[in-house]
Design a protein around this ligand. Sequence first.
Ligand code: FDA
Length: 432
Amino acid sequence: MQQFDVVVIGAGAAGLFCAGVAGQRGLKVLLIDHAVKVAEKIRISGGGRCNFTNRDLDPRAPHKHYLGENPEFCRSALARYTPADFINLLQGAGIPWHEKHKGQLFCDRSADDVVQLLLRECAAGGVTHWQPCAVRAVRHVASLAGGTTYELDTERGPVQSHSLVVATGGLSIPKIGATDFGHRLARQFGLRVVTPRPALVPLTFDSSAWAPYAELAGLALPVKIEAEPPAAAPAPAPAPAGDTADGAPKRPRGKSQHTGMAFLEDLLFTHRGLSGPAVLQISSYWQEGTPLHIDLLPGQDIAAHLAEAKQQSRKLLSKELAHLLPTRLAETWTAQDPAWQRPVAETSDKALSALAERLRRWTLTPAGSEGYAKAEVTAGGVDTRELSSQTLEARAQAGLYFIGEVVDVTGWLGGYNFQWAWASAHACAMAL
Ligand code: FDA
């Protein structure tokens, strides 16, 4: 039986980073992953350039960019390992990066730069890395010295360790190795798991309801998108006038439940529904069966524009609308009502005002989502009440740690999920 100080299961973002830091602190670390390819999720992230962190992250107010039953849980870890710390690590390794919009930082060359960096950190810490290697069973036994020991049956034989770190991620993209291993292990040790669900995911509609819009697949435009608050939540505070410039929610969220969210981002039409950053962001807050509200022309006085056009133009209403919206969308939109298929000068004020109102508040109820096959992350996971926010150790199970996406901490699109992986891994590694 081989002995280690720590076994880390899952060699993704959190597991690789935790193993490297723990190894460099002098611990004897074994890192195990069942997938053939190392850190495939990092490799495909950010369109192959890995949006590795976000400069706008404010660790003092994690609820601004994270959700979960207790969004404040991640405050301690995020405050102790910040985006600047990860940037320093990259800079020390000579990895070039750049900022896109809204504080999002990407590799200049490729996400593989991050994977190779993490592998070098593990090598520098003398980490033993078994991959591919499946873990068949985990047991907790009392050691002769009276401490705790974990025994694992693995494909490469049995191992023992004082600590066990679970970094097996969420359920998204099963075809590259995602499993519910971490959730099952948590339950095995009596820890509660918040029901997992796909997040940062495209939303779908019934095919008949979506038929008029399916031909718009590929079309993108900036919108404001809002989800309704959960039925049980208190009524939202009145929104301040105007939208925030960075697309942040206009309304504050409650501690454990949001009270309605809004994002200013790009919307993308697909064959089956809606995607793009606007929809991915709102999907994390959307509750099944509830509607979304979309302002297709945020910040524009559509009624005033149409009233002016009525005075000055002899064109079809669709042609006038094409000054404001992509032509294909303007045509599809006006085709929905015979009253909108006339020259703008001949369109009634009532019809114009109905059109303006519908563009300002397009209300539609998704039938579902594209699921884990397309979701960037999994919301839910190991209940944060079961874990120490300082160390990520299970409160009732000494030596057992959960880090990264397997925990009920879900970040916004834009590098927030990787920053949680780095920060939770670091907090854990420093406590081992
Ligand atoms: P991660 O999923 O990275 O690693 C888990 C590891 O555990 C995997 O290697 C898996 O093989 C292994 N494992 C699972 N079950 C196992 C078992 N039974 N036995 C052994 N090993 C097991 N985030 C972000 O901040 N910026 C971005 O640009 C993107 N982009 C992006 C694109 C796409 C397409 C996806 C799907 C996701 C993103 N994300 C992202 C999210 C980000 O990738 C994710 O939040 C982190 O990788 C989570 O890190 P973890 O280490 O927790 O899990």
